[in-house]
Design a protein around this ligand. Structure first.
Ligand code: SAH
Length: 500
């Protein structure tokens, strides 16, 4: 049976602007055929299980011809795959989406289209420019600034000037001086507000606000490159008043997020919402130890334990898998009380319908040990990482509480992008690196190399233990007030304010 092609608009760059439907389509994809304008952060959202075909890359200075792209889509679908064709912005706004779907329609292949947020509107918005406004424009015109193969620009400038609407030119960076001249020659006032937004919604976005007459010079001074929008019309006068992006507390900051891939999302999203560029580098992953005879045997004697203590969300998942593997569920836990080291671990328990009885006030192993020692009137079972730290078991031993720490998962340190990352780290391309556990520090160091120069960034750490591990390698650290993601994000903002 033949597969299906879903044409998906990836949005202008900010991964938060991919639609929910688009994200779901990516999740289900066997093959993803990507364009050049799809941002790295959106590409990160392609699941590892999907095969990626880049058709936007220049092979020997030639772009892959459209007919060949059509063939790739067709052949992948005919081979029975669920294909996502991912395109920057909206696929039907100067994206040749229509042409690709026609080829599929003619071949009788099933297809669907998921619109995207077009850069024509979103890049302007991120530049503080609303494309319409009752005081300035009652129409919006999106125009291509690129001529078809070798031909001259074919734009009816007089007609555009007569609209008095907002004009947005895509693919117009090279032709910008000609576009400006065309509008002036057609009678548009040289004082008409005009702007360009380069890499709109992407890290390092820049904008140039001028008038129609001064735009060519201002843009040349700033060295504006593609991809960029040219916006002409009264609405550009609002750019100063409505600029919101530059005001975000982490605007312009580049932050490396070292959490495991499946849990990096929330932290990166929070940092991005504050204006930072969050680069995900999942240098550790966890793997449940299955089968796990030691835990199975402990579960068989669960009545002997008064408390079950969890020190990570990964521990909760591995424990749960082991329990389910034995054909049991939450009912098997009966009267045993549950402790979680912090809110994230607590949430992982709640996802299985289990509410923790104890979360220490300070979310680290030592404080969890103290709190458990106070509360525990009996044996404690600790399902945890293979190489778990001694802080918790030591604290319990000191208080005379007996416990069984059983490894249920292991942490694996690896990431193939390490050489590239090392170069960026040493060139000072990151302002911050986040460390949410000592194992993320270990993973980071083993990926980048212990002899690298770590002097160019601040390590944002959750917990003293994590910070201690980072300091061993000469990393300048800042410890979050509380061991929680929000506090970590807050510490980045505070550090920023100190530096300002
Ligand atoms: N389908 C896309 C447009 C493709 S044409 C969309 O709907 O956005 C490519 C042009 O889009 C570029 O030359 C540039 O003018 C514009 N563009 C795309 N992404 C952009 C971005 N992030 N910032 C500014 N302009 C962008």
């Amino acid at each position: 049976m033949s597969g299906k092609v879903t044409l998906v608009g990836a949005g202008p760059g900010d991964p938060g602007l991919l639609t929910l439907k688009g994200r779901e389509a990516l999740r289900q994809a066997d093959v993803v055929v990507c364009d050049r304008l799809v941002s790295p952060a959106v590409l990160e959202m392609i699941p590892d299980s999907a095969r990626r075909i880049d058709v936007g890359k220049e092979a020997g200075h030639h772009l892959i011809p459209q007919e060949q792209i059509n063939d790739i889509l067709l052949n992948e679908a005919l081979a029975g795959h669920n294909v996502v064709r991912l395109k920057g912005g909206d696929p039907f706004v100067f994206g040749r989406g229509g042409e690709e779907l026609q080829a599929l329609a003619r071949a009788g292949v099933e297809f669907a289209e998921i619109p995207g947020v077009t850069s024509a509107v979103a890049a302007a918005a991120y530049g503080g420019i609303p494309v319409t406004h009752r005081d300035f424009a009652s129409s919006l015109h999106i125009i291509t600034g690129r001529a078809r193969r070798g031909a001259a620009l074919n734009i009816d400038f007089e007609a555009l000037v007569r609209t008095h609407g907002t004009l947005v030119f895509l693919m117009g960076v090279t032709a910008m001086p000609d576009i400006v001249k065309g509008l002036l020659d057609a009678g548009m006032d040289g004082d008409t507000p005009a702007a360009m937004v380069e890499r709109g919604t992407l890290p390092g976005q820049r904008r140039c606000v001028a008038t129609l007459a001064t735009l060519p010079q201002r843009a040349a001074e700033m060295g504006i490159h593609s991809p960029a929008l040219i916006i002409v019309g009264g609405v550009c006068a609002l750019a100063k008043e409505l600029c919101w992006l530059e005001k975000l507390p982490l605007y312009g900051k580049r932050i490396l997020v070292t959490r495991p891939k499946d849990r990096a999302g929330t932290l990166s999203d929070k940092l991005r919402a504050l204006g930072a560029e969050a680069v995900e580098f999942p240098c550790i992953r966890t793997e449940a130890l299955l089968p796990c005879p030691a835990m199975e045997s402990a579960l068989g004697r669960l009545a002997e334990y008064a408390w079950l203590g969890f020190t990570s969300a990964a521990g909760v998942e591995a424990f749960w898998n082991c329990l389910r593997g034995m054909g049991k569920d939450a009912r098997a836990l009966g009267g045993v009380k549950l402790a979680a080291i912090g809110p994230a671990t607590g949430k992982a328990l709640e996802a299985h319908g289990l509410v923790p009885d104890l979360i220490p006030e300070i979310y680290d192993a030592a404080h969890m040990g103290e709190a458990l020692a106070k509360a525990a009137a009996g044996r404690v079972l600790l399902p945890r990482a293979e190489a778990g730290s001694a802080s918790l078991t030591d604290a319990l031993a000191e208080a005379g509480v007996s416990c069984d720490a059983i490894p249920v998962y292991r942490t694996i340190y690896d990431n193939p992008r390490s050489a590239e990352l090392r170069e960026e780290i040493e060139a000072g391309k990151f302002d911050f690196v986040t460390f949410t556990s000592a194992s993320t520090v270990k993973g980071f160091i083993s990926s980048v190399g212990a002899d690298a120069d770590f002097g160019h960034f601040t390590g944002l750490c959750i917990g003293a233990q994590t910070a201690g591990e980072a300091e061993k390698h000469g990393i300048h650290v800042r410890i979050a007030e509380k061991a929680a993601i929000d506090a970590l994000v807050q510490s980045a903002v505070e550090q920023q304010q100190i530096c300002k």
